[in-house]
Design a binder for this molecule. Sequence first.
Ligand SMILES: [Zn+2]
Length: 80
Amino acid sequence: MKTSGIVRKIDNVGRLVIPKEIRSVMKINYGDPMEIIQVNNEIAVRKYNRGCIFCGNNKDVMEFRNSLICRECEKALKEE
Ligand SMILES: [Zn+2]
């Protein structure tokens, strides 16, 4: 994990602003879904990417029993 050296305060309703420079570099835009992960004593934030449960691809995916699967993995499953 890389530290930015930037310290921000949480506002009165619990919000924390991700610095513009980091949003720009990571291509995070207004309205993008973000996933908040708690790992022991730390909190990580990452772009929410709901994709194929096997390969992570988020293009050409379909839902199957509450999970997403892409066409390529679906095809590979059928062939095995
Ligand atoms: Zn896949």
